[in-house]
Structure formats: C-alpha cells, structure tokens
Design a protein around this ligand. Sequence first.
Ligand SMILES: [Zn+2]
Length: 245
Amino acid sequence: MISPSTAEVYTGLGAVACAGLVAGAAAYAAMWPGSRIFGKALVAPARPGELALTFDDGPNATWTPRLLEILARHQVRATFFLLGSRAETEPELVRQIAAEGHLIGNHSWSHPNLSRSSSSRVREELQRTQETLEQRTGVAVRYLRPPYGARRPAVFRIARELGLMPVLWNAMTSDWSETSGERIAQQLTRAIERLQRRGRAANIVLHDGGHRDPNANREPSVTAAGMLIERYMATHRFVTVDAWS
Ligand SMILES: [Zn+2]
C-alpha cells in the first residue's frame, strides 16, 4: 500500500502532525494524507510549477490581518480553511479574506478528530461552519480540510452531501510549534523541491491561528509565508485549491 510517493508525502507531513493519533492500520487509512482508501480527496496535481498556500485554524485577530497584508503586497491569493467558531467571533475578517480574493474553505466548527466523531456530530460541525461562512461572505463554500487530515467513509459521505470536497496536503512542517520562520521556510522549501522533482504541485499547509489557543504566536508561520512568496514568486505560480478540481 505504501508507494514511494505516499512515503514522500508522509516525510513532508512530519510525524508530529499525527503524533499520538496513528495507532494501527485503520488509523493509517484514516489519517494518512496520501491515503485514498476512504474516498476522493484533493491533494495536488501533476503541475510542478504551481504552489497553493493554505492556512488552517483562522481567522485570528492578530495574525490573519498581517498575513493578508503580505499576500496583498505580493498580489498572491491563498486558501483559508476557517474554523466556524472563530469565524463567528471575527466576522469582519471573514469578509475581508473573501473580499481580497482568497478562497475560503471549511475546517469544522471546533476542530474535533472527525474520524472519531459520530455521524451526527460530523454533520453538525460541518454544516454549522458552512452556514456561518456562507452567511458572512455570500459565497458558496466547496472545500473541506478535515482537522488533522482525519477522515472515514461517513465523513466523505456527509461532506459530499454538503457539496464539500475534502482537501489534504503534501507539504507540511510543524509550523505550529516552530519558533523560527526561517526554519519553517527552509523545511517547506525542501518539500517543495522534492515535489517539483517528482513533477507535482505543492499543497502547503501553514497555520494563522491556533485551534487550542487563539493567542498562540503565529509570527513564525506568517514570516515563513512571506519568505516562500519572495523565494518563488518569479518562478512559480501561486494558486488557490479550486484551480485543481
Ligand atoms: Zn487545524
């Protein structure tokens, strides 16, 4: 089951993302970003010149505006997977993200592990977020990033019923615990170059919020985003994930 490309994906993911969660074959299938066992999920196509910057766990009153400023300065559009609970308390930021041309996706209401949640809880988490985001922006939300990449058949079925395509990733480092933006950018650059050699686009995850602590310091992640943009803007194309589906 483990092809060289999924092994590569796992290297890019970093073991930390799944620490304590992977506990056997079922967990492997449910958590592994390259796993397609439970249905179709968008990762990245065979377009090596393309990069998607995706930001999870926002909106955040401190870090999202700083990130938006960097993206606007470089005219780069990104994908924001927002938590419904945070979107409810930061409605102006949700509107600003959409108004500045970024793509908004669903990251659940409260960041549970959906592969361990009941079907009714999964539906409630996704639907409530969907309604909140769509009310704030007036735009249909079509993409879901399941928290921790966790999924099972019911998650795919419910997502499909809500018109949501699951989106995973192939370039991640533990930016949420790293204190140096430079190191985050270096690690992601290595992942991007590796994907490039394999002829793949990069679906890059960073965090502009903290799902446990809204006051978490995301300065290193925001700095890393700016560094990646400056490094690649002349040679690569930054896209939002809807360019790939
Ligand atoms: Zn998250």
